[in-house]
Design a binder for this molecule. Structure first.
Ligand code: MN3
Length: 250
């Protein structure tokens, strides 16, 4: 295990893409040009030629995750909510470019916040769609990923229990997030509020779960715990393994 984890590749192109927009669009542009180092999901989130963030298509049909997540929720969530974050992120960045030209930074707080909120939303949703797969298609944790989960959480069941508790207890709108902490190269579970709060810097998200009400309310109403439980059936562990490998140098 140690030999797998000793190859330290501190935040490079892949890490920059993963920890995202705080580092500017360069990381995502590199990802778009094929330097994503296994963090392929983000390659579709930015159009390097146009110089704009874009809404990547869902990698499956709207109804592909049923019965865990219903088709109508997926359609509205992807086509309306996620698209909105992309549009507002681009708009905020354009206004910042104008501000640099004019030297008028009167709106800097609102614009910085808009980049953080909408950029966080864009990154997390892009990772979310691709860390899910139709039931039975996502595999199970195995190999180096399984070893890492056992090392850092004790067992897969213990990891799932902590993640479910964290996601279920997010106050208001937010995310359950499992990520690789870059200093220790260990997996940790954190909560995200809104799209950007409670961030732990240096943690590259490898498995994320949207627990905003828009992600589950049509089917589950107030029963967030039932949604979280059903969601485990559609986790794409193969994609999670790829992301961990990209950051841990596996
Ligand atoms: Mn959402």
């Amino acid at each position: 295990m140690d030999s797998i984890l000793n190859r330290r590749e501190m935040i490079g192109a892949a890490g920059a893409a993963a920890v995202g927009l705080a580092l500017g669009p360069t990381g995502l542009a590199q990802a778009a040009e094929g330097a994503s180092g296994g963090y392929d999901a983000l390659a579709g989130a930015y159009d390097a030629k146009a110089g704009e963030y874009v809404l990547p298509p869902l990698p499956y049909a709207y109804d592909a995750l049923e019965p865990s997540i219903d088709a109508q929720t997926m359609q509205i969530h992807h086509d309306k909510h996620h698209a909105g974050y992309v549009k507002k992120l681009n708009a905020a960045l354009a206004k910042l470019a104008e501000a640099r030209k004019s030297g008028d930074f009167a709106a800097i707080q609102a614009l910085s916040r808009a980049v953080s909120f909408n950029g966080g939303g864009h990154t997390l949703h892009t990772l979310f769609w691709t860390n899910m797969a139709p039931k039975g298609k996502g595999g199970e944790p195995e190999g180096a990923l399984l070893e890492m989960i056992n090392r850092d959480f004790g067992s897969v069941d213990a990891m799932k229990a902590q993640f479910s508790a964290a996601a279920g207890a997010v106050e208001g709108s937010g995310w359950g997030i499992c990520g690789l902490e870059m200093a220790a190269k260990k997996l940790i579970i954190i909560q995200g509020e809104n799209q950007q709060k409670l961030t732990t810097w240096g943690v590259a998200p490898v498995l994320v779960l949207d627990v905003w009400e828009h992600a589950y309310y049509l089917k589950y109403q107030n029963r967030r715990a039932d949604y979280v439980k059903a969601w485990w059936d559609v986790v794409n562990w193969k994609e999670v393994a790829k992301r961990v490998g990209a950051h841990a140098g596996m």
